[in-house]
Design a protein around this ligand. Structure first.
Ligand code: RRO
Length: 308
């Protein structure tokens, strides 16, 4: 089964890749993704300065999902700008995730990353875990201004990673922002921010930063992810490539994202928990599902969800 896909003119050998943040901070992790069955190498979101991130424990998985408050640990964009050309030897797309604590941070990183020439850039408007910093993607005007500045810097196709929206009015407001800027794809969704997991035994929170509040991932967020993929697929009438992220554990989960309108999926919690062989397993499972369903490719089932 051919599981390849194309996003903004870039061809991916398979439609499965890591989510930014999952196993992609260090050179070793990025090279391991290159050697794995992942269909692309997505970097950790990068900031101007290297960051240690928040104090631990800062990632905990549990049956059904995960909670994290990593706090943007990364090597800093100069290190990734140097690494990206080297990662191209793996002959799969390299996707650079750009973040920042201020608009200036994003712009500074964008200028360096444009020169490093990854295949795609994913602008992270949705980190939920920096104490005192709201998620930009919930501020339509701030998002608009930042994206307008970034579109002038990038010649590389620029995508946007958005937070989950929970009401159609918010999907529509963000779609209106995106229509006015040169956005080539969407990554939907970042973790569902500011969840709280409680350990009843110890009567404590399970992660240290922000009083235990953190971004939720995994199976528990799949319906929210699917809804966002579907909402934006409809708002852009299938013309905006979407990378679905949230709750991908099995090949069937990928199939559901594709039906909702995704062209590819990113894998976070499952990759952290299971390791890189998750790509081999999910790839096999997805081939089996598509075969059984009579679809010959990813493209053939994209957006084909039926309503009642
Ligand atoms: O590093 C993080 O805490 C983090 C980021 Br930048 C993000 O975009 N999403 C997330 O769940 N964690």
């Amino acid at each position: 089964m051919n599981l390849s896909t194309t996003i903004a003119g870039v061809t991916f050998p398979t439609c499965l890749m890591n989510a930014a943040g999952a196993c992609c901070v260090t050179q070793e992790e990025l090279e391991a993704l290159g050697e794995s069955h992942a269909g692309a190498i997505v970097t950790k979101s990068m900031t101007p300065q290297p960051r240690e991130g928040n104090p631990g424990p800062r990632y905990v998985s549990f049956p059904g999902g995960s909670i994290n408050s990593m706090g943007l640990p990364n090597l800093g964009y100069p290190a990734y700008a140097k690494l990206i050309p080297e990662l191209r030897r793996f002959k799969k797309p390299v996707v650079a995730s750009v973040a920042g604590l201020s608009p200036q941070d994003f712009i500074e990183a964008a200028k360096a990353i444009e020169l490093a020439k990854p295949d795609l850039v994913e602008v992270n408007l949705s980190c939920p875990n920096i104490p005192g910093k709201p998620q930009i993607g919930y501020d339509m005007e701030a998002s608009r201004q930042l994206l307008l500045e970034l579109q002038d810097i990038f010649t590389i196709p620029m995508g946007v990673k958005l937070p989950p929206y929970f009401d159609p009015i918010h999907h529509e407001a963000m779609a209106r922002v995106l229509e006015k800027v040169k956005v080539s794809f969407l990554s939907l969704i970042n973790s569902v921010g500011n969840g709280l997991v409680v350990d009843p035994e110890s009567e404590t929170v399970v992660i240290k930063p922000k009083g235990g509040f953190g971004g939720m991932g995994g199976t528990i967020i799949k319906p929210v992810a699917l809804a966002n993929v579907r909402a934006f697929w409809k708002l852009f009438q299938g013309q905006m490539p979407i990378i679905g992220t949230g709750g991908v554990v099995t090949g069937t989960d990928v199939f559901e994202h594709l039906l909702c309108g995704a062209s590819a999926v990113q894998i976070g919690t499952t990759l952290v928990d299971e390791g890189l062989t998750a790509f081999d397993r999910i790839e096999k499972e997805l081939s089996e599902v598509l075969n059984k369903k009579g679809y010959a490719s990813v493209e053939a089932c994209r957006g084909k969800l039926k309503e009642l």
